[in-house]
Design a protein around this ligand. Structure first.
Ligand SMILES: N[C@@H](CCC(=O)N[C@@H](CS)C(=O)NCC(=O)O)C(=O)O
Length: 256
């Protein structure tokens, strides 16, 4: 019997008997998913903040243990001898083994679906369109339409501001993108998601956004706003540079 199963049989908080280590990085939204899940569980864990531009041997080895041959990415979670990667796998594992409440298979299916249909990770595509007024208007309106669809999903399935009575792994997975989308759309293109929710008559999405932003596990695992803005600025600059290089190549290929 595994340590976790043993602990469950004994009625002990499953992960309190194990040693946990999370390989993370300062600003990664995927790693933040795992941290939110761990914070929600209340278990203690070792946190390693990895510099992704100079990955440590320990991190590369841990990732290879979880996914042999893959490019090492955060998050990686070690639970005694178990080593797993991929933020959704980790988030769901932590929720299943360490949170007080467990979801039925049907609830898990709906929660996974919510992660799939969530619009918030699309904010970066909107930012990429910021140089051209028409492209930007199209991108904002596509984003707003997805918020409208999310509202329909919440109206059909959600109990309150969150999907179920308690914050679940789906909110842990979505919240890092809520945080970044609200902040960055506001900062870079002066679009407030909360206004979009109001104009589009999406009260459930507005309540969901506000509840995610106020959640203590989200607050304690977030960086100061300026750091997300600086990081996004650097990422956008890298995309601009790649796009410029692609444009430079385009005329010669068009002549062929
Ligand atoms: N699908 C992965 C994505 C994780 C990911 O992209 N992590 C980035 C940081 S935000 C990373 O570690 N990048 C390092 C690299 O690509 O070398 C997950 O959900 O965990």
């Amino acid at each position: 019997m595994s340590v976790v199963a043993l602990a469950l049989v004994a009625g002990v908080h499953a992960m309190s008997v194990t040693k946990l280590k999370l390989w993370s990085s300062a600003a990664c939204p995927y790693a933040q998913r795992a941290r939110i899940a761990l914070e929600e569980s209340g278990v203690s864990y070792d946190l390693v903040i990895e510099d992704l531009s100079a990955k440590s041997e320990g991190f590369i080895a841990a990732y290879a243990e979880a996914n042999p041959g893959g490019r090492a990415k955060v998050p990686v979670l070690e639970v005694d001898d178990l080593v797993i990667c991929e933020s959704l796998v980790i988030t769901e594992y932590v929720a299943e083994t360490a949170w007080a409440h467990n979801l039925s298979p049907e609830q898990r299916a709906i929660a996974r679906l919510m992660v799939e249909v969530s619009p918030f990770s699309g904010y970066f595509e909107v930012l990429k369109a910021r140089y051209d007024a028409d492209d930007l208007a199209d991108a904002v309106s596509a984003f707003a339409a997805k918020i409208g669809n999310f509202e329909k999903f919440l109206s059909k399935h959600a109990a309150g501001p969150f999907l179920f009575e308690d914050f679940c792994f789906a909110e842990a997975a979505i919240a890092p993108f809520v945080k970044r989308s609200v902040l960055c759309l506001n900062h870079f293109i002066d679009v407030d998601i909360r206004d979009v929710c109001q104009f589009r008559n999406c009260p459930r999405t507005l309540a969901f956004v506000e509840a995610c932003l106020e959640r203590p596990s989200v607050l304690t695992t977030s960086l100061p706003d300026e750091e997300y803005i600086a990081g996004t600025k650097a990422l956008l600059a890298r995309f601009d540079e790649a796009a410029r290089k692609a444009r430079e190549k385009a005329p010669s290929s068009a002549l062929k």
